[in-house]
Design a binder for this molecule. Sequence first.
Ligand SMILES: [Zn+2]
Length: 264
Amino acid sequence: MTRRRYEVLAVRYGTRTTCASQVYLNWFQYGEPDYPLDMDYFFWLIRGQGRVILVDTGFTPEVGAQRGRTTTVPPLQALQRLAVAPAEVDTVVLTHGHYDHTGHVSAFPDAELVMSGRELDFWAGPYSRRPQFAHSAERSDIEVLVRRDQQGRVQRVSGRHVLAPGVAVREVGGHTPGQLIVEVDGRHGPVVLASDAVHYYEELERDRPFVVVADLAAMYAGFDTVSELASAPGAVLVPGHDPLVMDRFEPVDTATSDLAVQVG
Ligand SMILES: [Zn+2]
């Protein structure tokens, strides 16, 4: 049987400058001087076998501005520049409920929306309204998800779920209660889209959990899962917010070299 192979793009739509002490949990424990760190914002696109799967949808430029984030290319414009019409997207995977991943779900009314049931229930539930959680989500985005779920138009997943031959989502939790990662048979080998299970290569390499965390033990377990998947022969790891992604992979083409790289 031939393996299904997909083209996988990482699309960078935003950025901000922060520092290590703002990014890593309990930074003081490491006893190291602080240093500046850029945080880039991405979504991902999986194409092939007649499928167009969007992984996350970015924040809207308005929400980005309110939160002091720079939108380098508004996500919907980014798709346009990559010659992807919203109607072509058959599936939208939301890896978790944070604002920088949920901003444009309404632009894909007919796509199948895939999300962890546990994640959805968390954001619909009472603890998501407590300040430390509420800070990371846009209530109006959550309402869109909840409505869609009430209409029976969310595919709720748990554990490991095969979306298509050669594309699977896996619930790891940690960063949020139902954080998903995506495993894809890319054209050159397995691609692990870690989303926010791993924000930075350094986070995994130095075993330093991210500051925003729902379950720390699950976050460490997620590191182990991602490490194992990424150690398969020919596998590549794509963290959720690392500017190095734009350096480590080749641009899709010269016209969009500021915007998208081919990770698989
Ligand atoms: Zn994020």
